[in-house]
Design a protein around this ligand. Sequence first.
Ligand SMILES: [Zn+2]
Length: 371
Amino acid sequence: MRSAMGRQSSSSFSSASSSSSSSSYYFSSSFISWRESLIFLVVLMLGLMCCPPLVLSSSDDLTGGTSASGSRDLHFGDHDLPSYDYGKHGHDWPGVCTDPKSRFQSPLDVNVWKVARVQDLGDLRPRADYPRVKGEVSLFHNGRTFEMALDGANTMQLPMFDVEPYNFSTSWSAKSYIPQAGGYGGIDVVSRTYYLKQCHFHMHSETAVQGKYFDLQMHCVHALKGPHKAPSHGVWGVFFKRGYYSFWDTCNPVLDRVFAALPALARKKPFEILRLDMRGFSLSQLLPEDGTYLHYYPGSLTTPPCTEGLLWYFFSKPLPICARQVNLISDFIYKLNGQGNMNFRELQPLNDRVVYAWGDPKSGQSRISED
Ligand SMILES: [Zn+2]
């Protein structure tokens, strides 16, 4: 996925930024002796050891805000990241995203014969509440993909398996989040509301199923509001594929509405907002109706800094897309990333994780308000 962390994570990012800025000041100052410099450096390192920066700092892939009218919300964090480039760095980022402590990275290749089935969670199943758009949506590109943010509150309820202690370090246990076989073993299962930050697209899909990619994958990034111990971000992944349901090339009318902005968006500078009339659109129109999906696995951002601590949910069945639409979005992504360089990260090892499959025919349905 691309990044887009929520407001609550911006504070942790700010503190990390201030640390680095103070150290750069220190090294550039000619008024400080080497002895004082050494003491300062030791104090700084001790401080960092005591107070490691929280995971889930802002990053590019999670860029975005729920309020499209507040354009600054749409791209905080992105400018602060070290630049990365699929054309220059390939489809992974050695030295940035290869921390040996990072064991739960995304994306994954899902073996459907090895997923663990989850029993019905009843009212705790994920629910989306994506009201119809009353006017325009905000689009911008960041040089790698484009993002779409919606005005107002767009939320999803996600079941949380809240096992103490939740650990925001890069070494947290995947077992903290997964449903337990044969019931939940006394673990409190609660549902929490996550707020949509933005949706963006990867081509081809980042996630693979049985070693096969899909033509396109949409990631919709959601974040908790306020203080929390639960994983702060959850992401829907929706696949799009040609010829999955029909021999005929079936275009997706909802994608057509969004993709209509691509030619104009390609001429915009990075992060320059383009407003697109999407009256009547609901994000629910870009979720598979039958609600079957591979539920969830703990993972990471798929762009630097590849922060762990995200919950990944994705639908197992793709939505249709046609050749014309594939060409339209691939032209756009090629323009941003260079010919032949699509915007997906390499597959990452599963390590100790389990991907949980959850087939609930009601889970993909959403309440769409009619106003
Ligand atoms: Zn993404």
